[in-house]
Design a protein around this ligand. Structure first.
Ligand SMILES: [Zn+2]
Length: 115
């Protein structure tokens, strides 16, 4: 399942300092794994913008559903994987979600680090 997101909000947030930036610098398509919808893996696809912040220069925008760096998953997906990693082996989590075990480990490690 692939969902295409359309931007409705005006303006952008600098991914480094959190400052509001009225216009985007450039953008490229990004695809992230999201939660399951019924038995289907769900991916969201959208244009990820970079901003030209007056303090930080060119930076990736901040989004509430996705981290600036790290595995290509939504925050919701990352949290779910992290929670299940507390009670199941990495290999089992990887099989359950259809993800590579290195990706599962990277998500778990990033969540433990507090992102
Ligand atoms: Zn900034």
């Amino acid at each position: 399942m692939r969902l295409h997101l359309e931007r409705t909000r005006e303006g952008y947030i600098c991914g480094k300092c959190g400052r509001f930036v009225p216009s985007g610098y450039d953008h490229s398509p990004q695809e992230l794994r999201h939660l399951m919808l019924w038995q289907h893996q769900t991916f969201i696809r959208f244009d990820r913008y970079r901003v030209d912040c007056s303090d930080c220069g060119i930076q990736t925008e901040a989004l509430e559903f996705a981290d600036v760096r790290g595995p290509r998953v939504t925050r919701a997906r990352g949290s779910l994987v992290h929670e299940i990693c507390k009670v199941a082996a990495v290999k089992a989590v990887a099989t359950l979600f259809g993800m590579h075990r290195h990706t599962v480990k990277a998500i778990d490690k990033a969540k433990l680090a507090g992102s």
